[in-house]
Design a protein around this ligand. Structure first.
Ligand SMILES: Cc1cc2nc3c(=O)[nH]c(=O)nc-3n(C[C@H](O)[C@H](O)[C@H](O)COP(=O)(O)OP(=O)(O)OC[C@H]3O[C@@H](n4cnc5c(N)ncnc54)[C@H](O)[C@@H]3O)c2cc1C
Length: 389
């Protein structure tokens, strides 16, 4: 269990350089980078760590590159996750199997624990089971409140970073709007210990059906991590995620997993959303909190980590001296490095919704090697380097 390094009362007695809300990959990476540069950093997380998180658990080339650039790759060196070298997609009994240049599978409970611990090791303070809500700006910073077990304190920081993921209500009182796509699916996930041998280590198995898609991958300890994006109507109709996922696996041509029916499923809010603006005075949104599209290409952690690396130089300037131009700088940089990359993912997720277009995409990718290479390279693009603004 990751313990708090100080009480919420003690948090309120410091003027922080930076406070990061949310200890997912984006938040812990920012806290790690700022703390290693000597800033007084507080990282707050509303859940007890380690905690489960609905996710396909695959780090792609982009995510691994961001971990290398930040020095955080060392947290994986002694881990027992699995290198990924194959992507196996099935729909309606057809299969597309492609080699993966890079990839690593590790459960989110383990990865997020390791990253938050690494931020603490660099000198960041950590508040576990502390819920933060962002407040108004003050003469020299921005205020926010921290609550725990019925107590609440006001705290102040020169800059606040919201890395609170999709279920992010900490900016509800501010002029920030999130527009959720009307047809957005929701995420569901679980772990199972009993499954057919066919689900071997090192491969991402992906089943696509008309009600959504399911990704399966082996993580440390040999467990099978199951993550799905499902239509809300299918869940209403069938009642249980296990049944919808079983139907998708069956229609796609994958072997059944009986343990799915009794698994401990966790869910997410609707996935596809746009958030605006991405910054306000002394406040920046990063990772899923800054907008998200359905995770078909498994790039969410890559986007979250890259947005975290990209915002750090802006935050360093904001801590030294606030200037309103930093707001538009972050919006432009975010559009350039993240939103452009999300377009292909949005296009693929939409194409695979319909049996006709999904067959065309699969056949084209099977017949035209350049197309499948393009898709895999896009999903694994490690050429992206976080850009100093
Ligand atoms: C079905 C599915 C499959 C996916 N598969 C993959 C995959 O294989 N590979 C990949 O790279 N990505 C995948 N993703 C996407 C990935 O999970 C996310 O993009 C990633 O977790 C975003 O990281 P983050 O740090 O922005 O937010 P999160 O990881 O969501 O972390 C946010 C943290 O903030 C905390 N928090 C929220 N509000 C507050 C508050 N008020 N105060 C304090 N703490 C707060 C939360 O408890 C949470 O721990 C998948 C997503 C889904 C839904």
């Amino acid at each position: 269990m990751l313990q708090s390094t100080l009480t919420i009362e003690a948090m309120s007695q410091t003027m922080w350089d930076a406070v990061v809300i949310g200890a997912g990959p984006a938040g812990s990476l920012v806290a790690h980078q700022l703390a290693s540069g000597g800033a007084r950093v507080l990282l707050v997380e509303k859940k007890a760590f380690p905690r489960d998180k609905v996710c396909g658990a695959c780090l792609n080339g982009q995510a691994l590159s961001a971990l290398v650039s930040s020095g955080l790759i060392k947290v994986l060196e002694t881990e027992k996750g699995y290198r990924l070298d194959r992507f196996c997609l099935r729909l309606h009994g057809r299969e597309l199997s492609l080699p993966l240049p890079r990839g690593y599978a590790i459960s989110r409970s383990r990865l997020d624990l390791l990253m938050a611990q690494a931020a603490i090791n660099e000198g960041a303070h950590f508040g576990a089971e502390v819920e933060a809500t962002v407040g108004p700006i003050t003469a020299s910073g921005r205020s926010f409140s921290v609550s725990q077990g019925g107590s609440s304190y006001d705290v102040e920081a020169k800059v606040v970073i919201v890395a609170a993921g999709l279920a992010n209500h900490c900016v509800d009182d501010l002029e920030i709007q999130t527009r959720i796509d009307q047809h957005s699916r929701i995420g569901l996930g679980c772990d199972v210990n009993e499954f057919p041998d066919m689900y071997s280590t090192g491969t991402i198995f992906m089943a696509v059906g008309s009600d959504g898609y399911v990704g399966l991958v082996r993580v440390e300890g040999g467990r099978l991590n199951v993550a799905a994006a499902l239509s809300r109507s299918s869940l209403k109709q069938h009642g249980s995620p296990g049944q919808v996922v079983a139907t998708i696996l069956n229609t796609a041509g994958f072997p059944a997993i009986s343990a799915l029916n009794d698994a401990n499923w966790k869910g997410t809010p609707p996935l596809t959303r746009r958030t605006t603006p991405l910054a306000l005075p002394r406040l920046f949104l990063i990772g899923d909190a800054s907008g998200y599209v359905e995770p078909f290409t498994g790039e969410g952690m890559g986007w979250a980590l890259c947005s975290a690396m990209a915002v750090v130089p802006i935050l360093r300037r904001a801590i030294l001296h606030w200037g309103d131009e930093l707001i538009s700088e972050w919006s432009c940089l975010h559009t350039r490095i993240i939103q452009k990359r999300q377009r292909l993912c949005r296009f693929l997720a939409l194409s695979l919704r319909y049996p006709g277009t999904s067959r065309i995409v699969l056949e084209a990718a099977g017949r035209i090697p350049q197309l499948s290479r393009y898709l895999i390279n896009h999903m694994n693009d490690s050429s992206f380097q976080p850009i100093a603004s």
